[in-house]
Design a protein around this ligand. Structure first.
Ligand SMILES: N[C@@H](CCC(=O)N[C@@H](CS)C(=O)NCC(=O)O)C(=O)O
Length: 202
């Protein structure tokens, strides 16, 4: 198996933290996003979506989304369960994970990629060029605030995002690089707990 990674990017970090929680290590290849290596012809043959992470299995099949890769790892190495040990828990965890990806991860990305000069004609990840839309900076920031508020309220009742154990939903939320407000006490408590785990150092 070969894991296509980029040390500094948040999406591959989700997979690295997932692997670390499982206690698994995988051969890793760095893809230099800073130098646009994801757009090289060679990498395009591995992942036509020109993004990381990607996981190449021993039979040549390539998985190319964080969530797909994590599901594969969970099925191959069920313990400790990070996507629910029974059908109901799995459904609940994936509901939360999808919400965090859509409302949090993508909202932060919307604000960031429509603002940063380095993404001028690359506002969306992938093989196609998309111009930045400045209005999306404001909308992305507002959506991020609404998301952080929702997460803070959820964590008032749950130690981890989906209950009493860490799950993929915590890992997805951890890599949303936004500092909580001081008064978001539940979110702050959860952040310090999750940041203290060895798997968060990946
Ligand atoms: N839905 C994909 C998104 C992957 C993604 O956005 N990867 C970013 C790094 S965090 C990337 O490859 N960016 C390349 C680019 O900006 O051209 C996943 O979860 O794996």
């Amino acid at each position: 198996m070969k894991f296509y990674d980029c040390e500094t990017a948040p999406s591959p970090r989700r997979v690295r933290m997932f692997l670390a929680e499982k206690g698994i290590s995988v051969e890793t290849v760095q893809v230099d996003l800073g130098n646009q290596e994801q757009h090289s012809e060679a990498f395009g043959k591995i992942n036509p979506f020109h993004s990381v992470p990607a996981l190449e299995l021993d039979n040549g099949v390539v998985l190319n989304t964080s969530v797909g890769i994590c599901h594969y790892i969970e099925a191959a190495h069920p313990e400790p369960a990070l996507i629910g040990a029974d059908p109901m828990k799995r459904g609940q965890i994936m509901d939360l994970d999808a919400r965090i990806e859509q409302e949090g991860f993508l909202a932060v990305g919307e604000a960031f990629r429509n603002r940063a000069k380095s993404f001028k004609n690359n506002a969306l990840v992938g093989p196609h060029q998309h111009a930045q839309i400045p209005e999306l900076i404001t909308r992305g920031k507002l959506r991020t605030q609404q998301f952080m508020h929702w997460l803070d309220q959820l964590l008032e009742h749950n130690e981890f995002i989906a209950g009493s154990d860490i799950s993929i939903a915590d890992i997805t939320a951890k890599w949303i690089k936004v500092e909580p407000e001081e008064e978001q006490v539940h979110l702050n408590r959860w952040f310090s707990e999750i940041n203290s785990r060895p798997s968060a150092k990946v």
